[in-house]
Design a protein around this ligand. Structure first.
Ligand code: UDP
Length: 237
């Protein structure tokens, strides 16, 4: 099988891990995702993952409730550690090997992220979970994903969502919405298409990291995408 990408950064939202219940962690989603991730890792794709924290806490949500922004953001970053630890455990249960790295030191809960450490794990075929965002408030996990994808020289940033790509309008609201199969960063920017926040988007554009937006909830999608099937929307320079 010809592999499409040797090394990818998979970005998953925290919300997706909550499944139908809308908060916390749904073990059936964890199992499904872990199965898909372990399958592609066993097929030889090096997989780094950034998970969001929106199923537990978001900084801005804290501000609405009266928290200071920076503290709320730190709580948000801690949420991503919980999610990464959960997904890592399910990957191991599926027979994979997973290592959690955190942006700020959190020993013995996880390893402190370093580029060399993460590279070495990826080379060994371990799934690498990059938790704790960028380590800084005022950023998002999309930005953390873009940063790590550039740093680890990933061939693509795969943004797993619940829709199968980028549309001309919201397909859940507008039945005439059409899907883009390919876009340039410039097109996406001009059309004001919301793919990732602008910090993340610009980082990818400047560092030539293509983004693929695809539906992570379709069974076998991740595997088929990595096997070279046209899927979702590709955004590139
Ligand atoms: N966050 C942060 N810095 C980062 C990454 C994340 O402060 O580098 C915080 C921020 O408060 C954010 C929360 O962590 O709201 C959870 O991340 P995000 O909202 O990106 O998660 P998702 O929406 O993908 O579940």
């Amino acid at each position: 099988m010809v592999k499409r990408y040797g090394r990818v950064l998979l970005k998953l939202s925290g919300e997706s891990l909550a499944g139908q219940q809308g908060y916390g962690l749904d073990s059936s989603v964890l199992q499904e995702y872990a199965h898909a991730i372990t399958t592609v890792a066993h097929q030889g794709t090096q997989v780094a993952i950034v998970v969001g924290g929106g199923n537990i806490f978001r900084g801005l949500q804290g501000v609405e409730a009266g928290f200071a922004r920076a503290k709320g953001d730190q709580m948000g970053m801690l949420s991503t550690v919980i999610n990464s630890m959960a997904l890592a455990q399910w990957i191991e249960m599926e027979g994979g090997k997973a290592v959690v790295f955190t942006a700020t030191p959190m020993m013995p809960i996880a390893q402190h992220y370093s580029l060399d450490g993460a590279n070495a794990s990826l080379e060994r075929g371990e799934v690498v979970l990059l938790a704790g965002g960028t380590g800084n408030p005022y950023f998002t996990t999309d930005s953390a994903a873009a940063l790590r994808a550039a740093e680890l020289r990933c061939d693509a940033l795969l943004k797993g969502t619940r829709v199968d790509g980028v549309y001309t309008a919201d397909p859940e609201k507008d039945p005439s919405a059409r899907k883009y199969t390919r876009l340039t960063f410039a097109d996406a920017y001009e059309k004001r298409l919301k793919i990732m926040d602008l910090t993340a988007f610009t980082l990818c554009q400047e560092n030539h990291v293509p983004i693929v937006v695809f539906n992570m909830n379709g069974k076998g999608n991740l595997e088929r995408l990595l096997a070279g099937e046209e899927m979702g929307t590709l955004v590139e320079n």
